[in-house]
Design a protein around this ligand. Sequence first.
Ligand SMILES: C[S@@+](CC[C@H](N)C(=O)[O-])C[C@H]1O[C@@H](n2cnc3c(N)ncnc32)[C@H](O)[C@@H]1O
Length: 197
Amino acid sequence: MKRQDYYYKKAKRERYKSRASYKLKFIDQRFYIFKKGMNVLDLGASPGGWSQVAYELTYGGNVISVDLKPVRVNGIHFVLGDVLKNETLEKIREKMREIGIDKFDVIISDMSPKISGIKEVDHMQSIELGKRAFEISKDLLKEGGSIVIKLFYGQEIYNFKKDVEKFYDFCKLYTPPASRERSREVYMVCKRFKLST
Ligand SMILES: C[S@@+](CC[C@H](N)C(=O)[O-])C[C@H]1O[C@@H](n2cnc3c(N)ncnc32)[C@H](O)[C@@H]1O
């Protein structure tokens, strides 16, 4: 059985919204991102596989999930909107005030652009989304916090990583086993955010 069929079927069986859930589980097993009670911001969350895992692994911590499309997951807080727009950032802040969160312990972004099939275009658009997640983290992540950002592989990843790693003690690129065999996605996992660089 192909790997992608395996995780697709496993997600159906285990009632996850998407096979992507297992990517986040692999990332957590490797890098120890989540702890009980943590506050998590999930960018590009629909249909909600990562949000389910974040909610499980923080044992009822607060998860705010943001996407252009709805996310229906019990226990999480949802914000509808385009992460690239400032009005969505305002909505996130409003939600944070509502539930009494000052900052997040973890920010995860599985945001993907609409795939054009042209590698360079998809790569650069994913970098744009990744940069936005990074900018948001500078504002909303606690000192010592972690970030996970999905990117499509290409040369610009290394320049972006250089910028990001100034702000973190630890930064690694990682492709979890649950990623599709031919996919060019790679996750940037950074830990121990430093408020002053
Ligand atoms: C691969 S899917 C995420 C899957 C999700 N992590 C899960 O486990 O179910 C990528 C998502 O990014 C969202 N997205 C892309 N650009 C966005 C943007 N500018 N603002 C908000 N969401 C965006 C898409 O709508 C899509 O739902």
